[in-house]
Design a protein around this ligand. Structure first.
Ligand code: ADP
Ligand code: MG
Length: 350
């Protein structure tokens, strides 16, 4: 870019906030044969460096495990549309990466690295420091590096592209659900939507309640370990970003099947469970911003799914069933059908 980030120049901004010393797990090719040989030995152990060249050149160079497929995903966050101006910068940094890692999780991929394209109204050091802190805290949890990006002046807009790897044929897809499969979700749904309603003044929550649901909205935890543990177990998966009804619809379309979902079986927090039933259903069925995994598996795999949940330390709940034919039926605890019209998914252009 050239059109000024004013006082702090573009390159100074990148160097100050986004360029970090080489870290374990992301060791470059050093040219020192002894060190490079040690890295090669690590590679044989599965502790191999995934990044051969990071920030600073025209391209970054990634070193996926030979033979694995590269999994690539991008997500853009726009102020006012995907986040409120009230979000603390560190949480924004976390969320910008989390939504991308959630896509890798849904594919069963192991994260390798990511890039960051940023448009900023001005080079605000406090904002950037907080943003980078949240971003790198999550990156470190997953052992991945920021390897490049682009920086320009403009309305606040954050686009991350994340790269992962997965053994050929083992990626979890939307198209694999089969009639008779169980339908599962991870974690709990609806808190992010409840937080949004509270921010809009539609719902009143106590201080601690508000903080809890606000954290769900601003700091979602991408289910990367669960996604990996579900390889070979789940028949299909998607991450929930636009609300369960809409996102499940993508799985049903891709898999050419139907489903029944028991609305009252959808897992929710105690805070949400204290709200009126209609609002609870709205939040868990059409909330959006949950970043939990929705996946299918044959009933014979129930034990394996529960083991995957334990291994990944996240709750997994059976919430319905895949059926032959098409269409989604939503039922209450007594099996009575509920009208799904109010809960169709979010579409930016609809
Ligand atoms: P180019 O003009 O060759 O595309 P730039 O001058 O835009 O490269 O960027 C210089 C270096 O800084 C590149 O390695 C690029 O990937 C990296 N970079 C630019 N913006 C960011 C950012 N927001 N985060 C991380 N790396 C960045
Ligand atoms: Mg270049």
């Amino acid at each position: 870019m050239t059109e000024g980030t004013q006082r702090m120049g573009e390159f100074e901004l990148i160097a100050r906030h986004f360029q970090r010393p080489a870290r374990p797990g992301a060791r470059g090719v050093t040219g020192d044969t002894a060190i490079d040989a040690a890295h090669a030995a690590e590679a044989a152990d599965g502790l191999r460096p995934r990044v051969a060249l990071g920030i600073g050149d025209d391209c970054a160079l990634l070193a996926p495990t030979p033979g694995q497929q590269l999994a690539v995903t991008s997500d853009m966050l726009v102020e006012g549309r995907h986040f409120l101006s009230t979000v603390p910068p560190a949480r924004l940094g976390h969320k910008a990466l989390a939504v991308n890692l959630s896509d890798l999780a849904a594919s069963g991929a192991e994260p390798l690295a990511f890039t960051l394209a940023l448009a900023l109204p001005r080079a605000d050091d406090d904002f950037l420091a907080g943003f980078a802190r949240g971003l790198f805290a999550l990156a470190d949890q997953h052992g991945i590096e920021l390897v490049g990006g682009d920086t320009t002046a403009g309305p606040l807009n954050i686009c991350i592209t994340a790269f992962g790897q997965v053994p050929p044929g083992q990626a979890l897809l939307r198209s694999g659900a089969r009639a008779g499969d169980d339908l599962w979700v991870s974690g709990r749904l609806g808190d992010a939507r409840l937080a949004l309603e509270a921010f809009r003044g539609e719902v009143r929550l106590g201080g601690a309640e508000f903080e809890q649901v606000r954290e769900a909205m601003e700091q979602p935890q991408p289910r990367v370990p669960l996604g990996r543990a579900l390889r070979g177990v789940a028949t299909s998966a998607i991450d929930l970003s636009d609300g369960l009804v809409g996102d499940l619809g993508h799985v049903l379309t891709a898999s050419r099947v139907g489903a029944v979902v028991e609305a009252d079986a959808l897992p929710r927090s105690e805070v949400l469970a204290r709200q009126p039933v209609a609002l609870q259903r709205q939040c868990v069925l059409a909330g959006g911003d949950d970043y939990e995994l929705l996946f299918t598996a044959p009933p014979a795999q129930r034990g394996a799914v529960e083991a995957a949940g334990r291994q990944a330390r996240v709750a997994v709940t059976r919430v319905g069933r895949i059926e032959a034919g098409t269409g989604l039926r939503i039922v209450d605890a007594a099996g009575r059908p509920l009208d799904d019209a109010p809960w169709r998914g979010f579409d930016h252009f609809a």
